[in-house]
Write a protein that binds this ligand. Structure first.
Ligand code: ADP
Length: 556
């Protein structure tokens, strides 16, 4: 700004200087000319009486001066000339000043020389005898004067320009200094260095106030938005039409796990997942997209919505829902339904087959008890299966009808072993109960079933002469129930799978001995319901130990 002020000042100063000089010369020259004419007239007035008295002789004895004196007769003949021979001079009757003098007593004219560099001023006065005395003086023309003054004028101009530069510089600095010192962050009318700036500062102050308020509003909105979106489990991204990330929440980072921060990057540079990119491309083409996308071992549902403003695509909103568990649950449910149907079908087919044979009278009456026994076994199997399925569903849905109560683990184990006594005897397996008492919060129906399943398996998968030892222990924070057998054991590759629904190591053997394949699955779900841990140790051919570790003070 000070540069502009400086330039403006210099321009004004130099223009004024040049114009002044030209005007000075233009005005001064006519002034000098008038002065000169007056002086010449005065000189004539002084000479005329002398010439009237003494005639030409007076003029001849005058010393040669700068001015030219000419005496002209009434008919225009030159009688005397101080610079030329009058005899060789032409008639002057037609000269303007002479004609004027003859007519009115005085006359005046001026003529430029051929080069225009000089100008001759003539003044004439009529004598009493009709002759005319003329005096002429030559001066430089205004143009010549200007030219001759060029050098001094130029020097003056330079000098004046130097002074102007200094003053203009200082003034521009002085003018702009208070402007630079205005605190634009907190402008106040009282700070205005010039009266004219007061409205501007007032407006600035008002606008600053407005901007501050708007920024605060925006920040509050952003905080609100971040608080809401960051608490969402769903990943949320706002992209511009090209895919540049404008906004996102922490769940989006968690699900996408980009190598670079999401901020200011194009989403295409952050993931190369083909389904995700395909969904994005469709959204960029204006489609609403819903698809499943595998992301870093998780399954996400991608919802992509194009955003339009006046029918122009301006952005895309992406929502990522982690549906891994849902997918897994659905998969398990499908598998479970298929397994249940299969498991139910086998005993039902068997019952239907026997019943058909009996209906057709194809059975010897002596064999009826045998077949009726088979129908009884199969229906018992069915009942057990349905009971197990109901229990699993309850635990799955976390929909257990009973409320937890304090249960003494050793008593529970003793009751279970008592129930299994005859089965153990038949299998030639010895049952033992060891350890001390330990009370936990539990739902008795579920706990009984868990302990029964473990002990029943320990008997079922045992060998004649083997044993089952149930031990109850407790420490300050845990109560432990351990069922150890000396049975066939579980091979390492099956150990992690025996808790799956309907998983059996030896399917035919398990079915033979009345297993549903749901026993350990109920143990696993029941343990989760009681916040207990399940540990399994097993060696093929040596036996299996399964431990339930209950926390003593868990709220169910
Ligand atoms: P099932 O009704 O077939 O016994 P479970 O879920 O109780 O089903 O057990 C799953 C499988 O784990 C069984 O089929 C069996 O092969 C194996 N299993 C369970 N407990 C034992 C054990 N104590 N010793 C050896 N194998 C076992």
């Amino acid at each position: 700004m000070s540069k502009r002020i400086f330039q403006a000042m210099m321009a004004v100063t130099l223009t004024t200087l040049v114009v002044c000089m030209v005007l000075f010369v233009a005005i001064l020259f006519p002034y000098f000319e008038t002065q000169l004419s007056n002086e010449l007239m005065n000189e004539l007035a002084y000479l005329v009486p002398n010439v009237e008295q003494e005639g030409v002789g007076y003029l001849e004895q005058l010393p040669q001066g700068q001015n030219r004196l000419t005496l002209i007769d009434a008919d225009g003949t030159v009688l005397f000339d101080s610079k030329s021979d009058p005899a060789r001079m032409e008639n002057h009757a037609d000269r303007q000043e002479v004609q004027q003098a003859m007519a009115s007593g005085t006359g005046q004219s001026s003529r430029y020389s051929e080069t225009l560099a000089k100008k001759t001023i003539n003044c004439a006065m009529r004598l009493s005898d009709g002759q005319v005395l003329r005096i002429s003086s030559t001066q430089y023309s205004s143009m010549a004067l200007l030219v001759s003054l060029t050098q001094p004028l130029f020097l003056v101009l330079i000098f004046a320009a130097l002074i102007a530069v200094t003053i203009a510089y200082k003034l521009s600095q002085r003018l702009t200094k208070p402007l630079n010192e205005i605190d634009l962050e907190h402008p106040h009318v009282n700070q205005a260095p010039y009266e004219e700036l007061k409205p501007l500062l007032r407006r600035l102050h008002h606008q600053n106030h407005q901007i501050k308020e708007q920024i605060q509003q925006l920040q509050a909105q952003k905080r609100q938005f971040t608080a809401i979106t960051d608490n969402m489990r769903e990943g949320f991204l706002v992209l511009d039409a090209d895919g540049l990330v404008l906004s996102y929440n922490s769940s989006a980072t968690r699900l996408l796990q980009p190598e670079k921060p999401l901020d200011g990057h194009n989403i295409r540079d952050l993931t190369d997942q083909p389904d995700f990119l395909e969904g994005l491309r469709s959204a960029q083409e204006g489609e609403h997209v819903e698809c499943l996308v595998p992301l870093h071992g998780r399954v996400c549902q991608l919802l992509a919505n194009p955003v339009y403003q006046e029918s122009t695509l301006t952005g895309i909103v992406l929502v990522l829902l982690d549906v891994t568990e849902q997918q897994q649950r659905e998969g398990l449910r499908r598998e479970f339904s298929a397994n249940v149907s299969h498991e139910l079908k086998t005993p039902l087919t068997s019952i239907a087959g026997i019943a058909e044979i009996m209906k057709n009278g194809m059975i010897d009456p002596a064999d009826v008890p045998h077949f009726a026994g088979k129908i009884y076994d199969e229906s018992q199997r069915l009942i057990q299966l349905v009971r197990d399925i109901i229990r699993i569903s309850q635990l799955d849905e976390n929909n257990v009808p009973d409320t937890p109560v304090p249960v003494e683990l050793k008593e529970c184990a003793a009751r279970t072993l008592a129930r299994l006594e005859s089965a153990a005897e038949a299998a030639h397996v010895t049952l033992r109960l060891e350890g001390g008492e330990a009370t936990i919060q539990a739902v008795p129906a579920i706990l009984n079933e868990m302990v029964y399943n473990l002990c029943e398996n320990a008997v079922k998968y045992n060998r004649p002469g083997g044993s089952v030892t149930v031990t109850v222990r407790s420490d300050a924070s845990h109560a432990i129930l351990q069922v150890a057998d000396t049975g066939i054991g579980i091979a390492p590759e099956h150990q992690s799978r025996v808790f799956e629904r309907f998983y059996r190591v030896d399917k035919s053997h398990s079915k033979e001995i009345g297993g549903t394949g749901l026993g350990l699955s109920i143990v696993k779900h029941g343990a989760a319901f009681h916040h207990a841990q399940v540990e399994l140790e097993s060696a093929l051919g040596k036996g299996t130990t399964i431990r339930l570790i209950f926390p003593k003070h868990a709220a169910l």
